[in-house]
Design a protein around this ligand. Structure first.
Ligand SMILES: [Zn+2]
Length: 165
């Protein structure tokens, strides 16, 4: 998002030249530059033997299931966000989180940082924010998440890694 007004003091921003970024919106009052940066989000494929955790969120995709995802908070790493979101949304314990690459969600200005992790313990206790959640066969996951392009790419990477073992 390109800032026009200072989110701290509300004054109109002017353009200040930054040697590596060109013109950047700048607040003279707060002496701060507001870079046009994406919002970091995490997405994680949680694997339990031959199953994967899938969520149903009809407001995102009416006919597809999705992987667990959430925004990275201030003062936390992407990995910490993964553990926190999994605990909050699914109520389960995971470990062995492995980075799978990042993706950009154009319309939403989101930088999606993707991971795979292993289920450790716990019964699924979904948060009220989640419509549905459960274990699906990993071999059938791609059929259940057709509309979720980024999630599909993540599952394809997981399947590739598994087939090489
Ligand atoms: Zn300001």
């Amino acid at each position: 998002m390109k800032y026009k007004f200072c989110p701290l003091c509300g004054r109109e921003l002017e353009e200040k030249y930054s040697w590596d970024e060109g013109g950047v919106p700048y607040c003279l009052h707060d002496d701060l530059m507001f870079f046009d940066t994406p919002k970091p989000c995490i997405m994680v494929a949680i694997i339990k033997e031959d199953e994967i955790l899938l969520l149903k969120q009809s407001y995102i995709y009416e006919n597809s299931k999705v992987l667990l995802s959430g925004y990275v908070g201030n003062n936390e790493t992407a990995e910490e966000a993964v553990y926190r979101e999994v605990k909050e949304e699914a109520g389960i314990e995971i470990n062995n989180i492995t980075y799978l690459g990042s993706d950009y969600v154009k319309d939403k200005e989101i930088l999606m940082i993707t991971f795979v992790a292993d289920f450790v313990s716990g019964q699924i206790k979904k948060s009220n924010e989640v419509e549905g959640m459960g274990w699906s066969k990993l071999s059938n996951a791609l059929n259940e998440m057709k509309e979720d392009i980024i999630g599909t790419k993540v599952v394809e990477k997981v399947l590739n890694v598994k087939s090489r073992r």
